[in-house]
Design a binder for this molecule. Structure first.
Ligand code: GAF
Length: 383
């Protein structure tokens, strides 16, 4: 965690004013992958890696954005922009533009950003940045929104301004998470159920170091393929606008009319919704064995049917299987690289992390980063 005092004085020195500071956490998804944009179920938790956004007003109408991670400052002389410039500032500027579009009169401001959420690793560095920025800009105009509504606005910034067609999961959990809990989210109506993560369970996040990107080609391709399967079902049965509304029986009935790949993508999405709801039940009942079994099946489905994994992530999951303390392991997030989530008995977590890291390095020749994390609270102002 960055020292907030250092961050504060860095902002003051650069921009000559005291900042208000906001925190947006990254997240790990325990189960429910590529189901959010199909209006299905996901079960993420926020983690103790986060983005800080420090803001102070300006009198010249300009917007200055500085990232300590990028080591770069951009100044927008005419304030809020309406179009992306294919640059990291698109995320904070996108959020600002969406808020302006909601009728907020945005004055000039200076924004400093720092983050320890690993980039392009499937831990929602983008959402953490969007959410921290949204709270910062709203504080400037003296406005606020309920968490679910603000999550939608941040998602719109990513969909409409940045141009990446993600679902609602990441922004939602970053804003609405509760410490020591996972959250089962119904991505249709944004209702949710909190599930406590027992004290004896650690979240061990293993970074394969293979970069993943939601904006890149594979994520939208998978989305299109699964939506094509949904269209086939919808052509036979009314009331299936999203795969959330389809059943495995529908898939068997009309699957022969689908491209083979679309059939498999839909098989993953429809079965993943069932697994996610069941996983929440298992967690609530303290049935760790069942939770682990569902995570294993989810990984198999994500890797083989959805083809959303990669050799390194499959290796990271396989290498975890016989290590002491493992409850369940799977690839988390948008796919094609990034991190695996391992639920591990707390007493074994340190040894597990060490052994998994060594095994992975030996197998792949890549030095991974393994973090023993805990479930954190949602975005907030730092006092
Ligand atoms: C990324 C997206 F941003 C989410 O909306 C979600 O679709 C996820 O990939 C896959 O479950 O994190």
């Amino acid at each position: 965690m960055h020292d907030a005092k250092v961050f504060r004085s860095m902002h003051k020195e650069r921009f000559g004013a005291e900042p208000a500071i906001f925190v947006g956490p990254g997240r790990v998804n325990l189960i429910g992958e590529h189901t959010d944009y199909a209006e299905g179920f996901v079960m993420p938790a926020a983690i103790n890696f986060s983005t800080l956004a420090g803001i102070s007003p300006r009198t010249d109408g300009k917007i200055a954005i500085y990232s300590e991670n990028q080591g770069e400052e951009r100044v927008f002389d005419d304030g809020v922009q309406v179009k992306r410039i294919q640059h990291w500032t698109d995320y904070p500027m996108g959020v600002t533009a969406i808020l302006a579009g909601e009728g907020h009169k945005i004055p000039g401001f200076s924004l400093s950003i720092w983050s320890d959420v690993p980039l392009s690793s499937g831990l929602s560095s983008s959402a953490a940045l969007e959410v921290a920025t949204a709270l910062a800009v709203l504080s400037l105009v003296g406005a606020g929104y309920p968490g679910p509504k603000l999550a939608r606005l941040c998602q719109r910034a990513e969909n409409e301004f940045v141009g990446s067609n993600c679902g609602i999961m990441d922004q939602f959990i970053s804003l609405n998470a509760q410490k020591d809990h996972a959250l089962l989210l119904d991505c249709r109506d944004l209702s949710f159920k909190l599930a406590p993560i027992p004290d004896h369970v650690a979240l061990v996040i293993a970074n394969t170091m293979v970069k993943h990107s939601v904006a890149g080609g594979d994520y939208p391709t998978r989305r299109r393929e699964s939506e094509a399967a949904c269209a086939v079902i919808a052509s036979h049965r009314a009331g299936v606008p999203f795969l959330r509304d389809a059943t495995l029986e529908d898939l068997e009935k009309w699957g022969s009319e689908m491209e083979p790949k679309s059939y498999l993508r839909a098989k993953h999405v429809i079965s993943e919704d069932l697994r996610t709801v069941a996983a929440c039940e298992a967690l609530l009942k303290g049935n760790m064995k069942e939770l682990g079994r569902l995570m294993a099946e989810a990984h198999r489905s994500y890797s083989q049917d959805f083809e959303g994994s990669c050799v390194e992530a499959d290796a990271m999951v396989a290498l975890a299987q016989d290590l002491p303390g493992l409850i369940g392991a799977r690839l988390t997030g948008g796919g094609f690289g990034g991190c695996t989530i391992n639920l591990v008995e707390q007493t074994e977590a340190t040894g597990f992390a060490k052994a998994l890291g060594a095994r992975y390095a030996e197998k792949t020749g890549i030095a991974p980063q393994i973090h023993v994390c805990h479930a954190s609270g949602g975005a907030h102002r730092l006092e």
